[in-house]
Design a protein around this ligand. Structure first.
Ligand code: 5GP
Ligand code: ZN
Length: 115
């Protein structure tokens, strides 16, 4: 989608530090990391948010959660100690980029509840 920063990253119009990529998905380091490991995992297809998911998106979302995030967690060395997966959704959910993304955060203890 034009003017979407994460579509531009998926299309390599904006550089990013990718840690994983396949046909459906790209994962890259967050520009402003909030933990020692902070990776964003996005579908290459422009989907606005969790709130906008359709039945046709089941494959890519399950691929992200079942395959891609566990692989990244292992490779980044956070699988054993634990990590956090966050999908901020909508304005009150704290979403600032309106292209579905899963934050993968690890390498330190996380607090709860979030702010
Ligand atoms: P949200 O606030 O929507 O949950 O998360 C958006 C995330 O995208 C933020 O953590 C922010 O640091 C990250 N971000 C925004 N623009 C860029 C960018 O151009 N490159 C990268 N790598 N991360 C970005
Ligand atoms: Zn997009």
């Amino acid at each position: 989608m034009a003017d979407c920063i994460f579509c531009k990253i998926a299309n390599k119009e904006i550089p990013s530090t990718a840690v994983f990529e396949d046909e459906q998905v790209i994962a890259f380091k967050d520009l402003e990391p909030q933990a020692p490991v902070h990776v964003l995992v996005i579908p290459k297809k422009h989907i606005v948010s969790v709130g906008a998911l359709q039945a046709e998106d089941k494959d890519v979302v399950s691929h992200i959660l079942c395959d891609v995030i566990p692989k990244i967690a292992k490779e980044q060395g956070i699988a054993e100690k634990g990590f956090r997966v966050v999908a901020n959704t909508g304005a009150e959910g704290g979403q600032t980029v309106n292209h579905l993304h899963f934050h993968v955060l690890g390498g330190r203890s996380m607090q709860w509840p979030p702010g």
